[in-house]
Structure formats: C-alpha cells, structure tokens
Design a binder for this molecule. Structure first.
Ligand code: EPS
Length: 388
C-alpha cells in the first residue's frame, strides 16, 4: 500500500491517492468523515475549525460501497479557500496583489524560513501553506481507510493524551483498547481520566489568554496485532522503525517511544524484559509489556504501545523575535490565526498514521488482492501461532 497527499492549507482542496488496498473492503465516506470530525474537535482548536466541516469525497477505487483494488482518490474541500481566491490563485496575479498577505517575518519553529531559503521564495507563504498541519486531514482520511481494514481483522486501535503542556494525566491501570476509545470519546481533551478534565480545559484557556501554546505527549495503543509483522533481517524492514518515522512525520512531533521507552535507559535488564509464558488457551504471551509489543523490530502479539511528543504550535499570538527577510532587521514574527493546542487532534492523526503503517505491513506480509483472501490468511496465521 502506498499513498501521496497534496494540497495547501488555503488552496481549493486537499487530495490523497492510496494504492494497494485489497478489493472487497467495505468503505463509505461516512466512515472516513467520522474520523475527520474527531480530528477537527478537541478543546483548544482555533477559529479555522469553525469555518471547516471536513467531508470526504471519494472519486475512485470504490464501487457500490466496496473497494475495487484500484487506486482510491479522496478529496476534502477547504471552505476557507473562498476568502483566499486571489492570494492562492494558480494564475500569475502576483503583481496585482501588491504584497497582500505576503509573509516576510518567519515564525520561529515553523517551516517558513528554511522552506523559503531552500525553495527560494520571496513570499514565505509558499512554505507555510504546504507545511501547515491542515495536511493532516488527509493522513486521517487515509488512516480511516486503514482502520477499516484493521477492523475487519479484529485489530483495535485507540489514542489518548498523557501529558498536556507538562501536566500529567493519571492513567487508571488495565484499561482495554475499547475502554480507552469510550473514555476519550467522552472527553473534550482526549484523556481517559475525567478527574483532570476541568483542570486541563482551564489550563488551555489560560495559555490562550497568555497568547501562548502547549504541546504534550500522546499514546496510541493497538490490540489484536498478529505476531511477526516486520522483520529483524534488514534495517528498513523493522516495523517499530517504520512506525517511528510515521509518527515523527506528523507536524510538530519531535520524538517517539515504545513501551517503557526512554525509561528503559534507567533500569536493569531484569526490570525491562517481558518474561515469556505459555498456556493452551492463549499460546505464547509476555507477563508484562515493557517493550510495547516489539522484539527485534517485529510484533510479539502484545498490544503495541507507542507514544509521540508534540512540541507546542509555533504560531504565537504573542510572537517571538524574528528577522525581516527584506531588511534583515529584527522584527516580531508573523501572527497567523492559530490554535493554543491541537493535542487532542494530534492523537487522532497519530492513530491514523499508526493504522496506515500497520495496514501496509499486513498487506505486505499476507500479500492479498482481496479481503476474503486476507481474512483467511490472517486467521490461518493466528492458528499457526497459537499451536507453535
Ligand atoms: C495552521 C494554522 C491554522 C490551523 C491549521 C494549521 O490554520 P489557519 O491559518 O487557516 O487559521 O487551523 O490547521 C488546520 C487548518 C487543520 O485543519 O488542522 C498552521 O499554520 O499549521
């Protein structure tokens, strides 16, 4: 499975083409729209999200509610584009614009300046438009397709926020993937412990009043994963490494860890490795999951536990110092409309990219052209693993 996304934040629309999805997967725009709506929500989103109501249009690869195996094309309209018709025009009307909304005060932490140097832009808007997190709309749309495939194979996925701008959420022990999904769906800040809800919302309000932004840590958990996805035989076949790339590729994500993650560097081996146990009912299991479901770059059948850290959004209403690219004189960075935090939305994006990598890996391992074949191959593999 492979895919590309295209589109600018204030251009007419966002597009994705996905190739390699097996035929016979039930897929509707409604299923994708559900996740698009989740991504748009969450406390702390800015004014742009009141303008957009992201709805997907599927224009290829699906017929009568089922995938055909042909490339799937997805589109989402940017409603806001109507206010940007001249600024985002494809035609050369630059001279007429006379610098209207030209960006020349790059925001520290954003792609504005380096993108401008790299592609030689006099107007840094060109960097801003494509580097905007608006692009994550299509990652979520693609992830929704991947999640449909995973659901058919009884693989469940959930995400929740662990840390909000330094404030840690206490996580109750032993929550199942379904319980996490339910709790997060009832929280405006995508957390599993309602006791923190009001405190976090008040904190976001305060950050907004201060003209500042916060990031945090998001966790994605995947249950029901087949044993042996990925491989230790070559560096670029390790599945944890592929997931790490996908997560760090999300706008503003700076790091990733599995299971105990960086804590493993503070413990002895006997306190880190998960002991191997066996029973007739379950086959092999681990008595703990410190390694987050991976051994040797391969899934070991325990839930995948993966965390990503998102830096605060770089666009600040109280901007930091920057430099004017015409005069090279110090100047306050451009203030663009922005969100005090997009952490709950970032969790939805992380879930989507994790699902996409997993679906791709499953299609590769079981090399199936249609869903019936894939379901049978996975079921047979699961029987084999249990009897091993
Ligand atoms: C973004 C700036 C804001 C965010 C945007 C990401 O957009 P605007 O400049 O239009 O107000 O709302 O995120 C989205 C549009 C989205 O769909 O998540 C940025 O500069 O990265």
């Amino acid at each position: 499975m492979r895919y590309l996304t295209a589109g600018e934040s204030h251009g007419p629309r966002l597009t994705a083409i996905i190739e390699g999805v097996p035929a016979g997967l039930g897929l509707t725009a409604a299923a994708i729209n559900e996740d698009l709506k989740r991504r748009q929500g969450g406390y702390g989103r800015g004014a742009r999200m009141q303008i957009e109501t992201d709805q997907v249009e599927i224009t290829s690869g699906v017929r009568h509610g089922k995938t055909t195996g042909a490339p799937i094309t997805l589109h989402v309209i940017n409603k806001d584009h109507q206010k940007w018709l001249d600024i985002m025009a494809v035609e050369d009307i630059e001279a007429q614009l006379k610098g209207k909304r030209r960006i020349k005060h790059p925001r520290p932490g954003h792609a504005d300046l380096v993108g401008g140097i790299k592609y030689r832009f006099a107007d840094l808007r060109n960097s801003l438009e494509r580097s905007s997190a608006r692009e994550t709309t299509m990652r979520v749309a693609i992830g929704a397709v991947a999640k449909r495939l995973l659901a058919e194979l009884d693989i469940q996925i959930a995400n929740h926020v662990l840390v909000f701008g330094g404030k840690e959420i206490e996580i109750p022990d032993g929550l199942t993937v379904e319980e996490i999904q339910t709790r997060v769906s009832q929280s405006e800040v995508a957390i599993v412990n309602p006791a923190h809800e009001e405190e976090i919302k008040a904190y976001i309000d305060q950050v907004k009043r201060d003209g500042d932004t916060i990031g945090g840590v998001v966790e994605t958990i995947v249950g029901g994963v087949p044993v042996g996805l990925g491989s230790y035989v070559q560096w670029d076949r390790k599945l944890d490494a592929k997931l790490a790339q996908a997560v760090v590729s999300i706008n503003a994500f700076k790091g990733v860890e599995f299971g105990l993650g960086f804590q493993a560097g503070y413990r002895k081996g006997s306190q880190v490795m998960d002991e191997i146990i066996w029973s007739k009912e379950t086959g092999y299991r681990r008595s703990s999951n410190n390694l987050g479901g991976f051994e040797g770059g391969m899934t070991n059948g325990e839930p995948i536990v993966i965390r990503g850290v998102m830096k605060p959004i770089p666009t600040l209403y109280k901007p930091l110092m920057s430099v004017d690219i015409d005069t090279h004189k110090p100047y306050k960075a451009t203030v663009e409309r922005s969100d005090p935090t997009a952490l709950p939305a970032a969790g939805v994006v992380m879930e989507a990219v994790v699902a996409t990598v997993l679906a791709d890996e499953i299609i590769e391992k079981f090399s199936a052209d249609n869903m019936e074949e894939l379901r049978e191959a996975v079921a047979q593999h699961r029987r084999f693993v249990k009897e091993f």
